[in-house]
Design a protein around this ligand. Sequence first.
Ligand code: GAR
Length: 189
Amino acid sequence: MSDKKKIAIFASGNGSNFEAIARACQQDRINAEVVICVCDHPGAYVTERAKRLEIPVLELRPKSYPSKADYEKVILEALKKHEVEFIVLAGYMRIIGDVLLNEYTNKIVNIHPSLLPAFPGVDAIGQALNYGVKVFGVTVHFVDHTLDGGKIISQAAIPYDGNDREELEAMVHAREHVLYISTLRSLLN
Ligand code: GAR
């Protein structure tokens, strides 16, 4: 029997981290199998990436549910069906609620495009650029009730003294893929 951990990846949009992690799993660079992609924006590009990689996708519209708990119960049911042991948030722009946190305590991780605790929340790269920092970065952390505030697992710094957002974003994303894969490898292998 395979000792690979069954993981779910949650994403809301483009899905470049999703694809980098899913490929690393498929190439045995992480001892895990991505058994489901959960997306809260039906039709987002990440769903195409998942289909191409033959990973089942659960697409949901959170607003169609009376509460966050009802929404998360549907996700939990799917996670149980796929025997998911660990959850990876990769550009999932939503706060995780009690239903999932209670079931997956210390088993949910997130990546954020800043050196936390600086610049939590949306558009961290824009926040850091506006602030005028010269060292940007990325953080992988455990997920708790707070916004981007759980225990830090790993970080990488990105010195950058320019003002070209596109160039910076490309640097941040490239660094994210490397950091997320190496962090998941040590957490899951
Ligand atoms: C990534 O930069 C990730 O760090 C960020 O969303 C982007 C998703 O990119 N997440 C957050 O800001 C979470 N607070 P991707 O869809 O190409 O992986």
